[in-house]
Design a protein around this ligand. Structure first.
Ligand code: GDP
Ligand code: MG
Length: 296
């Protein structure tokens, strides 16, 4: 029996629904989602395996047109990386938002020699007539291999998309063992869950100044639980006080909410301890960016 395998890379501006789409394609929550832009910071790989296909999906950070600090530059580098190894590119557009057709991301896409799919996402917020108008505008802008109007949130149009992806996946052996779903360790997903909760619990610049590192992850077989210690790094002292809150109330809530989600993810009881440390200006500091995996 023939086997097909390929890399399908998802790109687009912040907040258009890339991570939601990735999770729906995989049938599993791999990438964190919030209604805030720049939720995704890394390139995250999720692998779909079945008898005949291995499709390696990459979710990327939203492309930041004017990066303000070193971390955002690295986030853009992850997006650029997604151009180099794709067998199929997927450009996700939020159909409710205007899109500048001269955007560098789109200009770069036009130079690709692999098939490019255009996803017009969030059609649940749009009427049929305006969807048709947009499809026609995009058809005139670039010869996309296919255009898919979908709702990632309501999972409509997904089966058709998967069908077309599979059709264009090149023949070849799998890149990863067929029982592997990602290239990241469990610790990474735990730090991402905590970061998602920080995005939900805190406002303005706070979530964007935080990085989460899981320091220890120990399975306690006797008590049938996992003990996790994680450190939240902030870039200024004042942020530490906000994160902790009055008498520790804010961080306590963050801990409870994070623990519940981690328990669902691991399907185990969890004991979670959170620490907060200041690492001055880490988002612009090369050493910290390396330590946190934004640079090699
Ligand atoms: P990303 O930044 O491109 O990865 O976007 P996310 O996947 O994090 O989604 C950003 C926001 O858009 C979240 O609040 C999602 O729930 C929402 N969203 C994603 N897909 C859809 C959709 O099809 N319809 C609607 N109405 N909202 C969506
Ligand atoms: Mg995302």
């Amino acid at each position: 029996m023939s086997h097909f395998s390929g890399f399908v890379n998802i790109i687009g501006l912040p907040n258009v629904g890339k991570s939601t789409l990735m999770n729906v394609l995989l049938g599993e929550k791999m990438s964190i989602i919030t209604n805030k832009p720049q939720t995704t910071r890394h390139r995250i790989i999720g692998i779909h395996n079945d008898m005949t296909h291995q499709i390696v999906f990459s979710d990327t950070p939203g492309y930041i047109t004017e990066p303000k600090y070193g971390m955002q530059e690295s986030m853009n580098d992850f997006v650029k990386g997604a151009f180099s190894d794709a067998d199929i590119m997927i450009l996700v557009i939020d159909i409710t938002q205007p899109f500048d057709m001269e955007h560098p991301l789109f200009e770069r896409l036009k130079k690709m020699d692999v098939p490019v799919f255009l996803i017009l996402n969030k059609v649940d917020l749009c009427d049929d007539a305006s969807i048709l108008i947009q499809i026609n505008q995009w058809k005139n802008a670039y010869p996309f291999k296919e255009i898919f109007p979908i709702s990632a949130l309501h999972q409509s149009g997904i089966d058709n998309l998967i069908h077309h992806i599979k059709e264009l996946t090149p023949e070849g052996p799998p890149f990863y063992p067929k029982d592997q779903f990602t290239d990241r360790p469990e610790r990474f997903f735990i730090s991402e869950i905590i970061r998602e909760k920080i995005l939900l619990h805190y406002y303005q610049e706070i979530p964007y100044s935080c990085e989460v590192i899981v320091d220890t992850f120990k399975e306690d077989d006797e008590k049938e639980l996992v003990r996790i210690h994680a450190t939240i790094y902030v870039s200024r002292k004042s942020q530490k006080y906000i994160l902790i809150g009055n008498k520790g109330s804010a961080i306590k809530q963050l801990g409870i909410d994070s623990r519940k989600s981690i328990e669902l993810f691991l399907e185990k009881k969890v004991y979670l301890e959170l620490f907060v440390k200041v690492k001055d200006n880490w988002r612009d500091d090369d050493r910290s960016l390396k330590q946190f995996g934004y640079k090699i």
